[in-house]
Ligand binder design. Sequence first.
Ligand SMILES: Cc1cc2nc3c(=O)[nH]c(=O)nc-3n(C[C@H](O)[C@H](O)[C@H](O)COP(=O)(O)OP(=O)(O)OC[C@H]3O[C@@H](n4cnc5c(N)ncnc54)[C@H](O)[C@@H]3O)c2cc1C
Length: 393
Amino acid sequence: MGATRVVVLGAGIIGAACARELALAGLAVTVVERGAPAAATTAHGEGNVLVSDKGPGPELDLALLSRRLWPGVLDAVAAHLPEAAAAVEWEPKGGIVVATTAGGARELERFAAAQREAGVTAEPLDAAALAAAEPHLTRDFALAVHYPGDAQVQPAGTATALLADALRAGAVLRAGCEVLGADTAGGRITAVRTSTGTIGADAVVNAAGPWSGETARRLGAPVDVRPRRGEVLVTAPMPPTVFHKVYDADYVGAVGSGAGDLQASAVVESTRAGTILLGSSRRRVGFDERIRPGVLSVIAGKALRLFPSLAGATVMRAYGGFRPYVPDHLPVIGPDPRLDGLWHATGHEGAGIGLSAGTARLLADLMLGRDPAMDPAPFRADRPAVLSEGESR
Ligand SMILES: Cc1cc2nc3c(=O)[nH]c(=O)nc-3n(C[C@H](O)[C@H](O)[C@H](O)COP(=O)(O)OP(=O)(O)OC[C@H]3O[C@@H](n4cnc5c(N)ncnc54)[C@H](O)[C@@H]3O)c2cc1C
């Protein structure tokens, strides 16, 4: 008997990471991507690999697992593919969360204390330490907490490197190939129908990001994954101004909110190219791609509150993308109990870049019957939030 044939649906960072883990484990992997690899949500995010924004619970556990895995994954890629690995731009620079109001400070203090209980390093910074760490940051703050565990990557470069390593390990990529449906026999997937032909398959991994709801429906087992829009402003390259991931304490509330109207908070970081990314917003507007100047000006205003000196910066461009959102804010990782052979690795919302390493390891553990690296139960596909009808997208 040959190796298990797995179709990974989607070549964003989640599909790339899963394809790599499964190919390295000896499975016969075909990655099917309707566009180009890493060109959808993965190319439209920032590159935060954060533990700081997650409260105790399964998402933080997945973030901590991912954070432990990243250095080893990247070293392994670099050992075979040094050029691809260079595009990852891994920077374990740490994060600083800043509360600018007394209420925000109380909330941040409570949040950081709970995180410390869960194993996160979160160190309060006094005014002198903050000024040394971020000389251009406002001095008008109520509390700042340093998270040395936060890191950064270049998202598209990272997805491309993971995919390249998957291909090196034997995976096959079919780009420009859209998944249309699945053939089944006796309640099991036997093949995937695509725009360029049928691919025999024992298993399919639904890693279609914000389109995972639609792809799951096509495959015969719908899940409730919706798009949640986000926009980012990019400055022209600047002299070194921002040295950590810096964000305002409101960010955690915006992430956790399920509201459809605009949620915005300042998330500021520099890139190796010298640009500064100013994020980010959250709105539920379906797949409406229009950039809204009003949203950009709210983002800019919040960023200036943290870094007043950016008032003189030139904005070079703005972009937006669609986070894959599940109403209970947890990803979906594991088998679909309604259709044998269907697996999901999706719904990572605003954290899929950072969480991809742990997601891929957990998915591979489950598929291969290994002891899972963490408890997979909270990410089950048959929980109510995933199977609910949901509202219109
Ligand atoms: C503004 C913004 C900022 C963000 N910042 C961060 C951050 O700092 N850190 C972080 O961790 N995350 C961040 N995110 C979230 C992160 O970008 C996503 O969670 C992640 O990219 C999701 O990856 P994915 O592989 O699931 O989806 P995608 O990258 O969208 O990949 C899915 C792929 O499936 C393909 N596909 C869809 N339908 C089909 C079909 N029928 N057939 C074949 N292929 C199909 C698509 O073309 C696509 O390439 C941000 C997102 C946004 C929008």
